[in-house]
Ligand binder design. Sequence first.
Ligand SMILES: CC(C)(COP(=O)(O)OP(=O)(O)OC[C@H]1O[C@@H](n2cnc3c(N)ncnc32)[C@H](O)[C@@H]1OP(=O)(O)O)[C@@H](O)C(=O)NCCC(=O)NCCS
Length: 140
Amino acid sequence: MPQITQVKVDPNNEDLDFIVSSWTYNPTKERIKERISRHLSEGKLFSMVYQNQLIGAVAYKEIDQNVSEITGIGISVKHRNQGFGRQLINIIEQEIPTKEILIETDNNAVNFYEHCEYKIYNTKTLDNGIIRYQLIKKKI
Ligand SMILES: CC(C)(COP(=O)(O)OP(=O)(O)OC[C@H]1O[C@@H](n2cnc3c(N)ncnc32)[C@H](O)[C@@H]1OP(=O)(O)O)[C@@H](O)C(=O)NCCC(=O)NCCS
């Protein structure tokens, strides 16, 4: 069973940088560092460790008392398609205190979220042609 723990301080961890790069637009070292500190200051960042290796991470922030947003999730390339992403999202949903959870993503991950029972409520096309999907899940 993987272990999921909250990252409380900037861990300066290259494995974490690599995972966060998977959800960072045009990732450079600076952008990844900036993204990690934003996750830590705006909300919470969790890492997933399996067999002593950091294999995944997820971040969320609370928007108000009813709504939170998952701001990034990633699993290391080697460990994808083995159920770790779903496990991570299930655990973080229990951690998130609000009833509604939002996610904004692109073509690469929209099906993953749909498999995890998120529903698309809006799509938008950016100036560069990329389609962004906004999804929601209401916890029971
Ligand atoms: C998206 C991501 C986190 C999924 O993690 P994962 O561990 O590979 O996913 P799982 O193995 O738990 O898959 C769960 C379900 O989603 C499906 N799925 C996973 N990735 C998918 C994809 N890219 N497209 C379509 N379906 C996908 C699986 O088939 C599985 O469905 P099933 O259980 O009904 O058979 C992982 O691919 C990743 O890190 N991607 C790069 C970062 C990224 O795009 N993050 C999201 C934007 S914030």
